[in-house]
Design a protein around this ligand. Structure first.
Ligand code: SDX
Length: 378
């Protein structure tokens, strides 16, 4: 019998050594390359954070300017890829479209030489640059609108809003989205980053590796939760319904979306920052009844489940911010993905530096050495 016990979901089992980000789940700490997330979300930009995650240091002004220029060029999609996205069925979910589009990006990009640092770096930059444009492109397709190409001089968040609406982005909306992208950019060995590393470990390029990661992120237990949180708040409707709604969930042993975390056993620091973003927006653009329902739900859930370490996670307030920006609910997870590709690519690059194919063991529970019986005797 195997001496090694199965650990469901590999909970707490290290899959790699990494220096990209750090979490203290008890204290509610998140750092990107050692910098606290609170400082980065207050002072940095998504592009600066992408550089930090990729290269381990904050960029100089000239490095950042050159990086922005490179991202600007790399976010232009080849016509063949635009045509592919325009041919997607409008009934598809934007995350399905993004997973296919990332594989498609690999189809129209130079072949990656996994052994060459520059080739790896250029491909990683192309994924980071192009992903927001891929998300916006399918949104235009679904709405029956013409493709809007990225605009020179715009950074990631403002360019996404431009490609989405074809209008000059609102400054408050662009700044709010930029901060949300920072908060979603990286998070150690979460399920989708692990998926990226597994696919990459077979010596795959970042297009295929990030496409696999997007598949993992789509699930409701992971990135798909933010979309479901908004639907959940809509179903509850009013703060007077929260207690009864929660009791029903508990009776049916159903999980409350936006709460709980494999690592955090206190309120997710990103949830705190997104809550600040949400209240700042409500101050400028007006409140939403869903926020009052969210606050009541947080109070009820943490009263009942806080002792078991179940608190709001990153997905609990993010949807309120995106809804206030006028974004469709089912594009919330693609927005999570277009931020997280910086983390995926940073982990992919790290994996390539000292790669070992992921091939875990199993504990076999089946029968052995059975005799074949012909069909006429079964
Ligand atoms: C993200 O890993 C990351 O870093 C992910 C992420 C990132 O940035 O990449 O942070 C992003 O995915 C955030 C999580 C978004 N998902 C949700 O909000 C979905 C709801 N949350 C749960 O599904 C759950 O909390 C998980 C999946 C997030 C974590 O669950 P675990 O660690 O696998 O724990 P578990 O499911 O085994 O739950 C342990 C107990 C169970 O009760 P018992 O069976 O022991 O009685 O806690 C209960 C669970 O039922 N529980 C919940 C709950 N989460 C856990 N009960 C009610 N509501 C919840 N949300």
């Amino acid at each position: 019998m195997s001496s090694i016990e199965l650990v469901p979901g590999l909970a707490g089992i290290p899959a790699a050594e990494s220096s990209v980000s750090f979490i203290d789940g008890q204290a509610g700490i998140l750092e990107y390359r050692g910098y606290p997330i609170e400082a980065l979300s207050e002072h940095s930009t998504y592009e600066e954070v992408a550089w930090l995650l990729l290269y381990g240091e904050l960029p100089s002004a000239s490095e950042l300017a050159a990086f922005n220029k490179d991202l600007e060029e790399l976010r232009v999609l080849p016509d063949a890829l635009v045509a592919m996205i325009q041919a997607f069925p409008k009934t598809g979910h934007p995350m399905q479209a993004l997973q296919a589009s990332l594989a498609g990006l690999g189809m129209v990009s130079p072949k990656v030489n996994i052994k060459d640092a520059d080739s790896r770096d250029q491909a990683a930059r192309r994924v980071i640059a192009a992903t927001p444009v891929l998300v916006a492109a399918f949104e235009r397709v679904r709405a029956g609108k013409e493709y809007v190409a990225p605009k020179a001089g715009l950074r990631t968040a403002e360019n996404f809003l431009w490609c989405l609406d074809g209008e000059a982005p609102d400054e408050v909306a662009a700044k709010t989205l930029d901060c949300a992208l920072i908060l979603h950019a990286e998070h150690t060995m979460n399920a989708s980053t692990f998926a990226c590393r597994v696919v990459g470990s077979t010596e795959n390029d970042p297009y295929t590796s990030c496409s696999g990661a997007v598949g993992a992120l789509f699930g409701p237990l992971h990135g798909g939760a933010n979309e479901r949180v908004l639907n959940q708040l809509g179903t509850i409707g009013d703060i007077s319904n929260v207690e009864a709604w929660f009791e029903g969930k508990t009776e049916r042993k159903e999980k409350v979306m936006g709460f709980g975390h494999r690592v955090y056993k206190t309120k997710d620091p990103r949830a705190k920052n997104l809550q600040i973003l949400a209240t700042e927006m409500f101050g400028k653009l007006g409140n939403t009844p869903k926020y009052d329902v969210a606050l009541k739900l947080e109070q009820v859930v943490t009263e009942k489940l806080g002792s078991r370490g179940i608190y709001p996670n990153v997905d609990f307030f993010s949807g309120l911010v995106y809804e206030k920006l006028g974004l469709d609910t089912d594009v919330f997870t693609p927005i999570f993905a277009m931020a997280r590709v910086s983390g995926y690519c940073s982990h992919w690059c790290e994996q390539m530096l000292d790669n070992k194919l992921f091939r875990p063991a199993q504990i076999y529970k089946g029968e052995r050495e059975r005799e074949y019986v012909s069909i006429d005797k079964r």
